[in-house]
Design a protein around this ligand. Structure first.
Ligand code: ZN
Length: 154
């Protein structure tokens, strides 16, 4: 990745951190979960409304944490609005593979590509994936808050 592109990516992350999209409490949510990353102290609460055709008709989040965790949650809500649940899972899988270095950064990640630079900082990968783990918990209706570290109580 060249420096100019890297800088652009960082600007997008900082901008989403300052002005998170879809921030707040979703009134008509029918799925929700809370996520916690004890390594960094990031907390995300995610609420969604999914219709009978498995389409994500609305998604909002609240939370506090580092710029990467908030920007990632903001980008997640922006990208998944109106998507099918199956598309959300597929995107998460691809995003996770990019962040863990299994595959190269790919245009099919869309705006999530701005977070690909995190792969060079393994400790921050959990900041970037927290919202996605929380999403997975919301989709499977896990009652207990999810933690990126097992054995830690949120
Ligand atoms: Zn973090």
């Amino acid at each position: 990745m060249n420096d100019e592109l890297n800088e652009l990516y960082q600007e997008v992350i900082m901008e989403h951190n300052r002005h998170p999209r879809n921030y707040g409490v979703l009134a008509n949510a029918n799925h929700q979960a809370a996520g916690f990353n004890p390594l960094c102290g990031d907390r995300i609460n995610l609420k969604l409304h999914i219709d009978e055709d498995d389409k994500i008709t609305a998604i909002m989040f609240e939370g506090n944490g580092c710029a990467i965790s908030i920007a990632s949650a903001s980008l997640l809500t922006e990208m998944l609005q109106g998507k099918q649940v199956a598309e959300a899972y597929a995107l998460f899988e691809q995003f996770h593979e990019v962040l863990t270095g299994k595959i190269a950064n790919t245009p099919s990640l869309g705006k999530l590509s701005v977070l690909a630079g995190v792969r060079t900082f393994p400790a921050r990968v959990k900041c970037a994936t927290l919202a996605w783990h929380t999403l997975k918990a919301a989709l499977t209706d896990e009652a207990a808050p999810v933690s990126t570290e097992t054995g830690h109580e949120p």
